[in-house]
Design a protein around this ligand. Structure first.
Ligand code: Z5A
Length: 226
């Protein structure tokens, strides 16, 4: 069922929507799994469920669009087409996965969300902020995460980490280093513009060290016991 963004955003009974962002190899996926475990424990007394999901993807249709986006030649799509594909995938993901979960009172943790479109297509591929903002407003109004954790790592370290895992889904990793520097700068600019929503986490530490930083920021911002 499609839930209008405005209805979700104002529902007193809704769960929380938390997104993790960052460049290649920042460790989002690893930290999302760890944060989901910690949150499940913290929320158990309230009976709230934690749901994890990802973008591009997170619903059947969006996963089909994902395959078009993360494989193949780096120049396979124009920047505008790419932004539209990500936005179409996001609308389907919101309608079928995220909004129903929030309406049910679940806490939803999402690996990447709209800040990735702003950073990758807006800053990295040069489309600029106004076009991305226009697309996003058309697709889902003023719906926004309650909290966004931006994992920040220097480009070389991140690409080195990313190269050590998965095969096939590497279309963005193969873009040049200056692209990755633009998107790192883009994520930091997003955080500067929206400090209430965004917390920057220094991801240059071992897994447990980054996990501790993530939990400290999340628990403080979400009003949970540290
Ligand atoms: N994209 C876009 O352009 N526009 C959009 O709107 C959206 C996405 C939503 C797919 O996303 C691509 O889509 C993505 C951006 C673009 N670019 N790429 N590629 P993705 O999230 O599926 O892909 P990803 O960025 O490559 O994420 P990932 O594979 O999930 O990587 P990660 O989450 O940053 O890191 P990780 O998997 O947790 O860790 C990577 C490796 O590093 C792994 O071997 C870990 O064990 C290791 N690692 C992690 N943390 C550490 C620490 N602290 N120390 C040492 N090693 C570590």
């Amino acid at each position: 069922m499609a839930v209008p963004a405005s209805a979700v955003a104002t529902s007193a009974a809704r769960g929380r929507f938390i997104t993790l962002e960052g460049g290649e190899g920042a460790g989002k996926s690893t930290q999302l799994r760890r944060l989901a475990e910690a949150l499940s424990t913290a929320l158990a007394p309230r009976g709230a469920r934690v749901v994890t999901t990802r973008e591009p993807g997170g619903s059947k249709g969006a996963e089909e669009i994902r395959a078009l986006l993360v494989t193949g030649e780096t120049g396979r799509w124009s920047a505008t087409t790419e932004a539209l594909l990500h936005t179409a995938a996001r609308r389907d993901h919101l309608e079928r996965t995220v909004w129903p979960a929030l309406e049910a009172g679940d806490w939803v943790l999402c690996d990447r969300f709209f800040d990735s479109t702003m950073a990758y297509q807006g800053y990295g591929l040069g489309l600029g902020r106004p076009l991305i903002e226009t697309l996003q407003t058309a697709a889902f109004g003023d719906f926004r995460p309650d909290l966004t954790l931006i994992l920040d790592i220097d480009v070389v370290t991140g690409l080195h980490r990313a190269a050590s895992r998965h095969g096939g889904e590497d279309r963005y990793e193969r873009m040049d280093t200056s692209f990755h520097q633009r998107l790192r700068d883009g994520f930091l600019d997003i955080a500067r513009r929206e400090p209430e929503r965004c917390a920057v986490i220094d991801a240059d530490a071992d897994l447990d060290g980054v996990q501790a930083r993530v939990w400290a920021a999340a628990s403080a911002r979400l009003g949970l016991a540290p």
